[in-house]
Design a protein around this ligand. Structure first.
Ligand code: SF4
Ligand code: SF4
Length: 235
């Protein structure tokens, strides 16, 4: 129905196919394909309408290739869950941000390249793989790794050991530690925590909070902003 070849040089490729190799495009819809019964037997007859000329067309073809959709690999969702990365409802892995973090996932140290992220051609896969390799090299070239200081912290004296945070953490960064008296306390694995804050809103007793983003710090920030606003409007 329409030809829109996206990607650098692809439109020129379509034109060259027409001009140099005699490829013919017919804009229309195929109504029926059936085996030829005539003397040219062995061919397939494609019948349809040319919507530009407004007339019926019939083409005897040696080979009919139907356009098929691309699917994600079998087992992709299971792999995503093991790696603790996000995936869409088609089973393709999700990048951290489509424009700003196109090869990174939401899990630090896991990068994407190729058709695991969505249907993709070879040049795009190669470019993305080079970018992912560059990111990995940048990580491995350092003697020490820096992690984001904005991670979850548990106030042990408030934790009632309900385990809700452990069950909701999408990165498996919380484990339950058993104390001598048999009670349990949540413990954050600091190098695994991604600072998403989900545990913080899940905790029924506010025992787990994000460092530098605790409730009292956020409220103090809001109060300071309100005071500044009042003073500005009064003056
Ligand atoms: S902030 Fe909480 S939920 Fe998010 S990764 Fe860290 S421990 Fe897990
Ligand atoms: S949700 Fe809160 S109270 Fe329950 S285990 Fe986690 S930190 Fe402790």
């Amino acid at each position: 129905m329409d030809i829109r070849a996206n990607g650098k040089g692809y439109e020129e490729f379509v034109r060259r196919a027409q001009e140099e190799y005699g490829v013919e495009y017919v804009r229309g819809r195929v109504a029926h394909i059936h085996p030829s019964l005539g003397p040219e037997g062995g061919q397939l007859i494609v019948r349809g309408a040319d919507t530009l000329l407004g007339q019926q067309v019939e083409i005897a073809a040696d080979l009919v290739v139907l356009a098929v959709g691309a699917e994600s690999a079998k087992g992709a969702p299971e792999l995503a869950e093991k790696l603790r990365i996000s995936y869409d409802h088609y089973g393709f892995f999700l990048e951290g941000h489509p424009k700003l973090r196109p090869v990174e996932t939401n899990t630090a140290g896991v990068y994407l390249a190729g058709a695991c992220q969505g249907p993709k051609d070879i040049p795009a896969s190669v470019a993305q793989a080079s970018a992912a390799a560059g990111k990995v090299l940048a990580l491995l070239s350092k003697d020490t790794l820096e992690s984001d200081p904005q991670i979850a912290q548990v106030a042990g004296n408030r934790c009632i050991g309900c385990g809700k945070c452990e069950r909701t953490c999408p990165f498996g960064a919380i484990r339950m530690r058993e104390l001598r008296d048999g009670s349990k306390r949540a413990e954050v694995v600091e190098t695994v925590c991604q600072g998403c804050g989900i545990c913080s809103v899940t905790c029924p007793v506010r025992a787990i909070q994000l460092a530098h983003f605790t409730d009292s710090q956020l409220l103090a920030e809001v109060n300071a902003l309100c005071r500044t606003w009042d003073e500005t409007t009064e003056s």
